[in-house]
Design a protein around this ligand. Structure first.
Ligand code: BES
Ligand code: ZN
Ligand code: ZN
Length: 497
């Protein structure tokens, strides 16, 4: 074989499973076109080298065509599988994401610097699979994997491909911020990183508020957590004015931004504590969603709020039994200093009401109990609004980054309001029972807006091997669902007030 091109290109092609097991597999239109280009050789080779390719399985062919020295064919599963009503996601899209990710990684392992990707009939999903599947946090290693740039094969669906790249890059930004060590992503570094990403948008203003501003806002609950650390807190405020009218009620996103959660005086066990560098996952996903919304030029206004600090034990830290006062005047007994996220969010949620919000959506790595309940299958959503729920749910079917509704019963409220010294305790009185629900009930005490949703994202914070198109590590979920939700909201002109 003679390689004539200077730059080596790889090609990833999808192939559907046949309806019957023994039937011939079915090419995508890009696969068909390539097969014609090589005079039917691809079909021939595939048929002689074994049974049809199963979903996610690959075959590599070298030297078929001079422009593409290596071709990876990957199984897409059944064609036109549609929305799976048991799985609550669009199966075609999920299959494409997974297959393309596997194919692109194979090209990367072959150390080929460029890869063209079959759009597989849904270029957005294909781009997401490629860009999410290749992402890895490499920053601090001397030996890095080769960087490869996925490109669309052919010229159809260019816009959808670009949209997929933008969605995936948004999630990758959240993954980057979550994965990075806590001595690199401190509160101020987090804020500056986001500010830098938004610098070139004329539609965006970023305010990085210092400790003195937080104090004037009377955010006593947030400050009580922050004061335990030598690292100063930051309140990050983003204003994206993409709407037709700057006065249109905004969507307000709020994210928990604990850049490291040691537990404070209620210290966590040391095993696995390093994962607490991702305790700013709420802030990372909501801020990345706004960066993505700005890149997509979504026609709505969005406010992003992220209280950022560390939760550390020290002579200045909260002590169990301390009582602090939140922005709305409610007093909170800090019975466990490790339940710090709700303290930051209490103040940020009060502040969110200043914007006459169309909806408030907060995301937080709030409780280990959420992971116990749903694991990594879906983000838990606690909401007072069926309207908000339906938009989040519909968005998640498309993105495959699912949500599942959880209760906000009075039952749980009673367990946080029965408190010896203050209006509220920061833990439920039956300790671990329904931990995710008592945390949500606590947050509800700081919300008067009719359309509010709290997303507990602990279960989806990291990936082992559950999501096939994400490598092991911090997952940046559910950034794409937040973006898709915002996009849908921008299309919904219904007056919800
Ligand atoms: N940041 C943790 C939640 C968490 C747990 C995130 C595991 C990622 C992985 C949160 O601040 C916390 O510690 N919550 C406590 C609350 C408890 C003390 C009521 C928890 O879930 O144990
Ligand atoms: Zn904690
Ligand atoms: Zn925490």
């Amino acid at each position: 074989m003679v390689i004539t091109s200077v730059i080596q290109y790889g090609l990833v092609l999808g192939i559907y499973s046949s309806e019957k097991d023994e039937g011939a597999a079915q090419f995508t239109s890009a696969g068909d076109a390539f097969d014609r280009l090589v005079s039917g050789k691809l079909r021939e080779l595939l048929s002689v080298c074994g049974p049809p390719l199963k979903k996610g399985k690959t075959r590599v062919f070298h030297g078929l065509h001079q422009d593409f020295p290596s071709v990876v064919v990957v199984g897409l599963g059944k064609k036109d599988a549609g929305v799976n009503d048991h799985e609550n996601w669009n199966e075609d899209k999920e299959n494409i994401r997974a297959a393309v990710a596997v194919g692109c990684r194979q090209i990367q392992d072959l150390e080929i610097p460029c890869v063209e990707v079959d759009p597989c009939g849904d270029a957005q999903a294909a781009a997401e699979g490629a860009v999410l599947g290749l992402h890895e946090y490499n920053e601090l290693k001397q030996k890095k994997k080769p960087v490869i740039t996925p490109q669309l094969h052919g010229s159809a669906e260019r816009e959808a491909w670009q949209k997929g790249v933008t969605y995936a890059e948004g999630q990758n930004l959240a993954r980057y911020l979550m994965e990075a060590p806590a001595n690199y992503i401190t509160p101020i570094k987090f804020a500056e990183h986001i500010e830098q990403k938004l610098r070139n948008f004329s539609t965006v203003k970023v305010h990085i508020r210092a400790e003195s501003w937080i104090a004037t806002q009377q955010m006593g609950a947030f400050l009580s957590v922050a004061k335990g650390s030598a690292e100063p807190p930051v309140f990050l405020e983003i204003n994206y004015a993409g709407g037709a009218n700057t006065n249109d009620s905004p969507l307000v996103f709020v994210g928990k931004g604990v850049t490291f959660d040691s537990g404070g005086i209620s210290l966590k066990p040391s095993s696995g504590m390093d994962a607490m560098r991702a305790d700013m996952g709420g802030a990372a996903t909501v801020c990345s969603a706004i960066v993505t919304a700005a890149a997509l030029n979504l026609p709505l206004n969005i406010i992003g709020l992220a209280p950022l600090c560390e939760n550390m034990p020290s002579g200045k830290a909260n002590k169990p039994g301390d009582v602090v006062r939140a922005k709305n005047g409610k007093t909170i007994q800090v019975d466990n200093t490790d339940a710090e996220g709700r303290l930051l969010l209490a103040d940020a949620l009060c502040y969110a009401h200043n914007f006459n919000p169309r909806a408030i959506v907060n995301a937080a790595t709030l409780t280990g109990a959420m992971d116990v309940a749903l694991g990594s299958a879906a983000t838990g959503v606690f909401t007072n609004s069926p309207w908000l729920w339906s938009h989040l749910y519909e968005a998640s079917i498309v993105t495959g980054d699912r949500v599942w509704r959880m209760p906000l019963f009075e039952h749980y409220t009673k367990q946080v309001t029965d408190c010896p010294l203050a209006d509220l305790s920061n833990i439920g009185k039956y300790s671990r029972a329904g931990g995710a629900c008592t945390a949500a009930a606590f947050l509800k005490e700081f919300v008067t807006a009719p359309h509010w949703a709290h997303l507990d994202i602990v279960g989806v914070m990291s990936n082992k091997d559950e999501v096939p198109y994400l490598r092991k590590g911090m997952a940046g979920r559910p950034t794409r669902t937040l973006v898709e939700f915002a996009a849908r909201l921008s299309q919904d002109s219904r007056n919800t007030k």
